[in-house]
Design a protein around this ligand. Structure first.
Ligand SMILES: [Zn+2]
Length: 314
């Protein structure tokens, strides 16, 4: 890929950016065991277990700082100029961490000299509603640092229909709501998410199986955050099948390309762009166009978007 294309990363989990090299450092520091098996996924449920494993390596706020610092450095090297970083406080709590202390510390760090970034707080949809409420309140408390609220996890256990109240609460509190939807479930989930008011959806790839869902996405001006390597790793797309990216492209769906959990999937933004070009048989001009689409759908305000547009994409 041409070196000069600035990249915009919209779908990235901080905890999933723990590469084996970070995991080895953390395991050594905290005297725990590093398991390379956690980087080989046998489907979505298995991946969720591995996500838990890398979180279990984090023991204090300094560990989070290390992971954030290392990944920002990597992104800068790949040419990423802006990133939206998801964090999952409920998962931290599950592994005995002090959520409030860690959140406060992460939000106090200023690594914006590497590249500009904003946070999204991500709740686990199939866990206790009390945890979700706590995560939501945390997002409101740090509204200056957290620009959106999201939910991830098992859609088959906890479908988007159950979260109508979240769309309403986010709207009431001026917080964007960006759910994972149609990742490992069905096109119907994406239709429901759009009907409930989603304007940006994490993954949404199952919508490729339904013309009605694609129509809904286009009519609703909805943006999809597509993560090709992640889709293959979690078996959201079967290994021997062509990625449905070409369907979105042909139908004119707005989408961006992201890494999701680059550490756990052993990928990079550059690799995702390469894969995208291969799937779509397109060149660098198309990658450039996707970055502009990502910027447009980002959580930046108009003034910030104008700045990035003029600096990198005009
Ligand atoms: Zn994700």
């Amino acid at each position: 890929m041409a070196q000069h294309i600035a990249l915009v990363e919209l779908h990235l989990h901080l905890e999933g950016s723990i590469y084996p090299s970070d995991a080895i450092i953390l395991a050594k520091k905290n005297k725990t065991v590093f398991n390379f098996e956690a980087y080989h996924h046998l489907g979505f449920e298995n991946f969720l277990k591995h996500f838990g494993f890398v979180v279990s390596l984090l023991k204090d706020e300094e560990d989070f700082a290390l992971v954030l610092y290392n990944h920002l450095k990597r992104m800068k090297r790949w040419g990423v100029v802006y990133a939206e970083i998801r964090i999952s406080p409920s998962v931290w709590e599950h592994y005995g961490l002090d959520v409030e202390k860690i959140a406060r510390f992460i939000f106090s760090l200023n690594y914006q000299n590497f590249l500009k970034y904003n946070f999204i707080i991500e709740a686990v949809r199939h866990w206790d509603g009390k945890l979700l409420e706590r995560d939501f309140n945390l997002a409101l408390k740090y509204k200056d640092k957290v620009r959106a609220f999201g939910i991830g996890g098992n859609e088959n256990i906890a479908p988007i229909k159950n979260f109508k109240f979240l769309f309403e609460e986010c709207k009431k509190n001026g917080l964007k709501f960006i759910p994972h939807s149609g990742e490992n479930s069905s096109a119907g989930e994406v239709i429901d998410a759009v009907e409930l008011g989603a304007k940006r959806i994490g993954h949404g790839i199952k919508s490729s199986e339904s013309i009605r869902a694609i129509k809904k996405i286009i009519e609703g001006n909805v943006h999809l955050e597509i993560c090709p390597t992640s889709n293959y790793a979690t078996l959201a797309v079967e290994k021997n099948k062509i990625h449905p990216l070409n369907i979105f492209c042909e139908e004119g769906v707005s989408f961006s390309i992201s890494t999701d959990d680059p550490g756990l999937f052993l990928t990079t933004m550059k690799k995702e762009m390469y894969i995208t070009k291969k799937i779509l048989k397109k060149g660098d001009e198309f990658i450039f166009k996707i970055q502009k689409e990502a910027l447009k759908s980002s959580l930046l305000n108009k003034k910030e978007k104008d700045f990035f547009y003029t600096r990198f994409f005009s």
